[in-house]
Design a protein around this ligand. Structure first.
Ligand code: ZN
Length: 274
């Protein structure tokens, strides 16, 4: 069932900065709408639940560029409300793969299930008119993840690569060890740090936003180092609503993952396969 509140609303929205909005589908995702003088840009589209195009067009009448932080379907499902979307080459390989039959139904009932995909790469600048957004490749949680740096509002949008509940390290397309994911993740955290003069907050896709950059980035680098050195400290399942660790029960969306563990360092937490 698609979640609606007592007034029939599926989406919530609020302004986070000038010409900048956060949209949520009942707290499952945070999606961001950046409005320039010529165009608007929507970062991620949810799981095809509801009609995200309607809420976007209730905020702006500018033409909308749809971009995705990565290819997981809870970020790309609503792309089928538009004729095209921009994402990394890696994300394009599975952006149209729904997580479940109901997701497929929602996706296919929109106007553009065959939407066209355009490629974004590291270092590119997206011009919205008096507003430039830089694309940074930061893949670890998922291959081809992108961050978006908005110079106007000094905001860094980080998708699922840095967030407060836990970063999932077991949902990659290519199955590599937690130690190898940690090395990729550390390199990306250092990349975000190199741009630190250009932003004030991190805006992730799940589990609350914004985040204080230095605390999170430094704690994630420390946690990545723990994995690289093989000294990570396993923690009880305490983040957010509690992400299910240990052996996944039949029927869980993460049943395929088998046995999972959580490790923490300060504010940083990841879920990984044993
Ligand atoms: Zn993801």
């Amino acid at each position: 069932m698609q979640n609606q509140n007592e007034d029939g609303n599926h989406f919530g929205k609020w302004q986070i900065a000038k010409d900048t909005w956060c949209i949520t589908n009942h707290w499952a995702n945070f999606m961001y709408l950046l409005i320039g003088s010529q165009k608007a840009m929507l970062i991620d589209t949810g799981s095809a639940d509801g009609n995200i195009r309607e809420i976007v067009e209730s905020i702006t009448d500018k033409p909308v560029i749809v971009v995705n932080t990565h290819g997981h379907f809870d970020h790309t499902g609503g792309n089928s409300c538009w004729p095209d979307a921009w994402m990394s080459r890696e994300a394009a390989m599975y952006a149209k793969e729904p997580f479940s039959p109901i997701h497929r139904e929602w996706f296919e009932e929109k106007d553009y299930p065959d939407y066209e995909i355009h490629e974004l790469s590291d270092g590119e600048i997206i011009e919205l008119g008096d507003r430039q957004v830089k694309v940074l490749a930061i893949g670890a949680h998922s291959e081809g993840s992108l961050a978006f740096l908005d110079y106007n509002t000094r905001a860094m949008f980080t998708g699922d690569e840095i967030e407060s509940g836990q970063v999932l390290w077991f949902v990659r397309d290519r199955n590599i060890s937690a130690k190898e994911v940690a090395a990729l993740h550390k390199k990306n955290m250092e990349k975000l740090k190199a741009y630190r003069d250009s932003y004030d907050y991190l805006w992730p896709s799940h589990n609350g936003a914004p985040l204080v950059p230095d605390t999170y980035i430094n704690d994630f680098i420390a946690l990545d180092d723990d994995f690289i050195a093989g000294r990570q400290v396993d923690a009880p399942n305490t983040g957010g609503f509690g992400f299910p660790t240990d052996t996944q029960k039949p029927g869980s969306p993460f049943e395929f993952a088998g046995k999972l563990k959580r490790a923490e360092h300060g504010c940083a937490a990841v879920i990984y396969t044993v």
